[in-house]
Design a protein around this ligand. Structure first.
Ligand SMILES: *[C@@H]1O[C@H](CO)[C@@H](O)[C@H](O)[C@H]1NC(C)=O
Ligand SMILES: *[C@@H]1O[C@H](CO)[C@@H](O)[C@H](O)[C@H]1NC(C)=O
Ligand SMILES: *[C@@H]1O[C@H](CO)[C@@H](O)[C@H](O)[C@H]1NC(C)=O
Ligand SMILES: *[C@@H]1O[C@H](CO)[C@@H](O)[C@H](O)[C@H]1NC(C)=O
Ligand SMILES: *[C@@H]1O[C@H](CO)[C@@H](O)[C@H](O)[C@H]1NC(C)=O
Length: 334
């Protein structure tokens, strides 16, 4: 009896949770500005980073990769931030850099933008990834300031310096989903050309762009180290889009319009039918249609992101943004 009671108690306390929240000032030196975010997670990050480097790449290949990354992917600011992280976490600079390069592998995400009948845009996402336990344990929300002004809030990992999920207080939100296109060789060539990281580009958009349109234009034209999907939301009724990116250019960019009130993007090109073995998109669309535009709201969108297989064992967190009000809510999934 006692044992059973204990087991039930544990089950009831293990569940969804709210991530820790930190403030980072871009006015602080790059080498120290993340230290207070990384220090509480140092030992978990160290263990993972060392294993990840040890089992995913040979030392010679890592050295070659570093040469490529230094052609532009790792710019001077990024480099100082990585040096700071290496020091805080007590790992090598190369381990810190390699960990920050893991972003594309094996990610399966769902991003959704919906317009309510009153024109309000809601933008939600599930981040799905391998190593979900490590990611859940290190998920953080970061408020980024510059010159005393709150610029944006990002949802990510204590050790990750780019941004995959963020809301700008200039009225736009951005999420990124992995896109499988081309080969490792294409990535190496893009790195050779000095193209920036897909998630570093989002960070630049959140820092520098002042509107949905400007963020769209920047991410539409940026030169990127890998193919990707960018999903954007904004403050006006048609401010919702999916930018389908190759490394050097945009392939397509479906948008909201007077008849299309939602966009669902998983990890397949929008003009293709998603594969039957991974049909998160069809399930999400069925749920959205069933709820209908008149009844859609933040809680309902959260429900859509909580239905299997949209929500699945590798879902790390669910985030909902409303760009017009600056609303943000992130739930770490159990
Ligand atoms: C840093 O890591 C090294 C080896 O991994 C260890 O010998 C050293 O004690 C660590 N330093 C601190 C301050 O924890
Ligand atoms: C739009 O509708 C939503 C859901 O009913 C509501 O929460 C929100 O306050 C409305 N926004 C405006 C600007 O009326
Ligand atoms: C994650 O955190 C849980 C609870 O603190 C711990 O038991 C587990 O070992 C951690 N796993 C990783 C990979 O960090
Ligand atoms: C809205 O977008 C959809 C999908 O791209 C398209 O089929 C439709 O014609 C567009 N409607 C208008 C009014 O532009
Ligand atoms: C965030 O979302 C969770 C899950 O839906 C909900 O329980 C919580 O009340 C929300 N928090 C805020 C501040 O909206």
């Amino acid at each position: 009896m006692k044992l059973l009671f204990f087991a039930l108690f544990v089950l009831s306390t293990i569940g969804n949770s709210v991530p820790e929240r930190y403030t980072v000032s871009l006015n602080d030196p790059p080498s120290t500005r993340w230290a207070h975010v990384q220090a509480p997670y140092a030992s978990i990050i160290k263990t993972f980073a060392q294993n990840y480097a040890k089992y995913s790449i040979t030392p010679i290949k890592l050295d070659l990769l570093m040469i490529l990354l230094n052609r532009g992917y790792i710019n001077p600011e990024f480099k100082q931030e990585l040096q700071g992280m290496a020091q805080t976490v007590n790992i090598t600079y190369k381990e810190a850099a390699f960990l920050n390069f893991m972003y594309e592998y094996n990610a399966f995400c769902t991003s959704i933008v919906v317009r309510l009948t009153n024109g309000t845009i809601i933008h939600g996402r599930n981040l799905d990834y391998d190593s979900e336990e490590f990611l859940r344990n290190t998920t953080v929300v970061i408020d980024v300031t510059k010159d005393g002004k709150l610029l944006y809030t990002s949802v990510g990992f204590a050790w990750y310096l780019g941004v995959g999920t963020g809301i700008s207080y200039s009225g736009f939100s951005i999420t990124q989903n992995q896109r499988d296109s081309g080969s490792k060789l294409d990535n190496n060539y893009a790195l050779f050309l000095g193209y920036q990281g897909d998630l570093w580009a989002i960070r630049q958009a959140l820092i520098n762009e002042n509107s949905y349109e400007d963020a769209f234009t920047y991410l539409y034209n940026a030169k990127l180290a890998d193919a990707t999907y960018y999903i954007l939301g904004g403050v006006n009724e048609n401010d919702g889009s999916v930018i389908v990116r190759d490394r050097a250019q945009t392939v397509d960019a479906p948008k909201l319009n007077s008849t299309t009130w939602y966009l669902v993007q998983t990890n397949y090109d929008p003009w293709l039918v998603d594969p039957s073995w991974d049909d998160r998109k069809t399930v999400a669309i069925q749920q959205i249609e069933q709820i209908g535009q008149a009844n859609m709201n933040i809680d309902k969108l959260f429900d859509v992101l909580s239905v299997s297989p949209v929500l699945n064992p590798s879902t790390v967190f669910t985030t909902i943004f409303v760009p017009s009000t600056g609303y943000h809510n992130t739930t770490i999934r159990a």
